[in-house]
Design a protein around this ligand. Structure first.
Ligand code: PAF
Length: 289
């Protein structure tokens, strides 16, 4: 199947072979390849990662693939928004050069047997609530990296644990891909942009900004001299008051390793995940004293 240049303004590769034909041609011209992996339903956060990739590369490939292996059977794989046409229109206005939008069978043919586990930064936090999640992410990211063979790839700090896990994957496999982190893009009231925000009712949307407020409250309380335990209690009270339930975690962790801290003496991260109605939100902020 040739590269699809008709459907959208940007060309779309549906197969790994077509993707690689284009990337190999660019590479033969001495161009640097940037890569932004996404699951689509693109918002300004994703698009800022495209802009960031373009500052580090000559050509930018954006993948749109709702990866089934990172969803547990009871999670929102079927409900996850699929908006390929709108995504392509948004990407055409940004420095993106090729969309890679494979079908699930292209990524996971019938005989596919691989599942990669990363320990270290993947332990705890998200893994406690979603034990299947990082094996699914790491396996698909490894597969996407092998398909695109980028020089650099951008990942958002919004999924901070995922960012560290991907960096570890690159280090452990000596992939030689530069991972560039993009700062979290926020709505005016502080809510981190996420494709899942679309699930929120208008009342939940109004209360959702309290997740960011709680993170900041924890960071500020620690900066004012309180212990991590005291600060977490104050942050949890904000989340309970806003109606988050359950709260999977609200933690202060080492920014490099995500190990738990007794006190903050080196760069740290305040991280939280909690449900508002049916929607699970996650967010984090840096904490340096
Ligand atoms: O962050 C995401 O959107 C996904 O986890 C990723 C990295 C595209 C892998 O499916």
């Amino acid at each position: 199947m040739p590269l699809d240049t008709e459907t959208y303004t940007l060309p779309v590769a549906r197969t790994i072979a077509d993707l690689q034909a284009q990337v190999t041609a660019w590479r033969a011209e001495g161009l640097r390849i940037g890569f932004v992996p996404t699951m689509g339903a693109l918002h300004e956060g994703h698009l800022s990662l495209v802009d960031l990739a373009a500052r580090h590369a000559d050509k930018v490939v954006v993948s749109i693939f709702v990866n089934p292996t990172q969803f547990a059977p009871h999670e929102d794989l079927d409900a996850y928004p699929r908006t390929e046409q709108e995504d392509a229109e948004k990407l055409a206005k940004r420095p993106a050069h090729l969309i890679f939008a494979p079908a699930a069978r292209e990524m996971y043919p019938e005989e596919f047997d691989l599942s990669i586990q990363v320990s270290g930064p993947s332990e705890g936090l998200e893994s406690d609530a979603r034990p299947h999640f990082f094996a699914g992410v790491v396996t698909v990211v490894a597969k996407l990296f092998a398909a695109v063979k980028p020089d650099i790839a951008t990942f958002g700090e919004k999924d901070y644990q995922q960012l560290l896990v991907v960096k570890k994957l690159v280090r452990d496999l000596d992939l030689g891909i530069e991972i560039v982190a993009g700062e979290t893009t926020r709505e005016q009231d502080g809510l981190a942009m996420s494709s899942r925000n679309a699930y929120l009712t208008s009342d939940e949307r109004r209360r959702a900004s309290q997740l960011y407020a709680a993170l900041n409250n924890v960071a500020d309380t620690i900066k004012q001299g309180a212990s991590i335990t005291e600060a977490r209690e104050a942050g949890l009270a904000i989340l309970h008051e806003a109606g988050f339930d359950p709260i999977d975690y609200l933690e202060v962790r080492d920014a490099e390793t995500l190990t738990p801290l007794e006190t903050v003496t080196s760069p740290a991260r305040v991280l939280a995940a909690a449900k508002l109605g049916a929607t699970r939100l996650i967010d984090n902020i840096p904490l340096e004293i």
